[in-house]
Write a protein that binds this ligand. Sequence first.
Ligand SMILES: [Zn+2]
Length: 591
Amino acid sequence: MLEKSNESLPLPSSQPYHSYRNKASTKYPKILLGILFLLATVINFSPSFSLNNIKQYGGYVSFVDDENWIDRFEQDDLENWSKCPKQPKPLYPNTIWNLTDKEKSKVISTYQKAVQIPTESFDDNGEADEDPRWKPFFQFQNWLKNTFPLAHATANIEYINTLGILATFEGSDPSLKPLLLMSHYDVVPAPKDTFDRWTYPPFSGYNDETYIWGRGAADDKPLLIAQWEAITNLLENGFKPRRTIILSHGHDEEEVFARRGQGQIAPFLEKRYGKNGLLMVIDEGSGTTDDFYGTPFAIAGMGEKGYMDIVISVATAGGHSSVPPAHSGIGIMSQIVTALEDNPFPTKLTPASPLLTSLQCASEYSSNLPSKYSKLLKKEGPKSYPKLANLISKESLKEKAMVGTTAAVDVIQGGLKVNALPELVNTLINFRIDFTESINSTQTHVNALISKIAKKNTLNYYGFQNENITSLADNEDKYVKVDLLGLPLEPAPRTPQSGGIWELFAGTVKAAIPGPNGTERIVTPYMSTGNTDCKMYYNLTKNVYRFMGSPTEGSFNAHTVDEKFSIDGYLQIIKWIHAIIQNSDAYTGEE
Ligand SMILES: [Zn+2]
């Protein structure tokens, strides 16, 4: 059992963190409350990291305590995030679009047609003008143009990097920051060999009167089409925006590296509007639920874990399998994998996590929050956080993933023949980085664990040094090397949960999507699990909402067989987008 001897936390970062997290020392409010809060958090958070549940791998436990994560945040923010945000009054838009039956069948059939265009994006896609797999994307652009002629005629349409779609509805007052609505029109491929497992063909857009079925029926075409339907209806009714409205659609959101679509559009817009030049960005994400522990909620993605992929290589001498060493390359890689899995990142729940904020909202407003949670929160305050983290981690794997950094060993390659020792073994691992941690702290953990295993096996160790195998010295063909695969991503900045734009967002949600029988819907920050394209926009606004506006219960099987999405959910998105466009246009508060 490892004893933890000081109050600071494991997996520290010694590198500069996101600039928004680096302001701590300059702006500490020196008020008693702040200091008390700091003390409370330091004292009370630390037991969560007692590491009692962490097994040691041959004495290799590697958590190094040399920096406190709390220093990365402003105390004001931590204090704010540890409470449920103030609920604004419902903010009713000028007009509410109650669709007639005729309008409903029209918007539904448009949505079906969008699903029927097979805009599959592949990780190995070539250039837009060379790879024929992009053909359906051109088809989709044309179809969109023909389907929404008024909006296309009104907006300035730009095709960024050929396939990115940017529609700018210029406002009359250029001093107002634009509202940007995002969605992507690529879909995860539906491989031919899975077609027979689909209830309805994946590009049929089949309507069974409750759901629309097909690849992209949930992710992300209902949102995209709802955006065009809502703006079209407003334009048809004479709406002339004061504030510029932008629809922005990437075409490679589902690709591993996603650099062609929003990866190009966001920097383009940053040049046009400047840093922090947008009022608000709304992207795909979570939605509403009428049963958040018994009460109608809207759970808005206002924070997101970080992301990092690594490749671990073990290079050994190889040779004939008649004279094997005690541990072959595969054996050594096994030690590494076992060490990583046996030394998981600590379970934690802190105000940096939107999950804690949503629990506070549930504790305040929900009728059914399990008493084991509510009692702890109410009685013990911050002291309860480590205990809550522990409870949550035991609920399910999904919930466990919400309270700490996860590491998933996903690919392993090594060996060619049964009579030859492998010379090179590679493993790919995916990390989802907790809100209190960073790319650097995750790398520190990896380095500490793996370097010791390399040493034990008398292999040189190169951790995140971007060493080329060919550049390693000749006598160093035996080594363990860890490199990044693709670009890692820090945990997202938290979306502010107070102020005018929060009130605009939450007030509009309450007005456009009330709970059953007109009851009030509580709006809470929540954590988003995927890393969507909105990560490209962090320079353009801090007001990023990953919120689709449909019931979370109405979306099924995104990314897999039998993807489907509820028609009522789709109609709800239209209503929500219709309202937020108008309310953003009317918004006169702080930008
Ligand atoms: Zn998506």
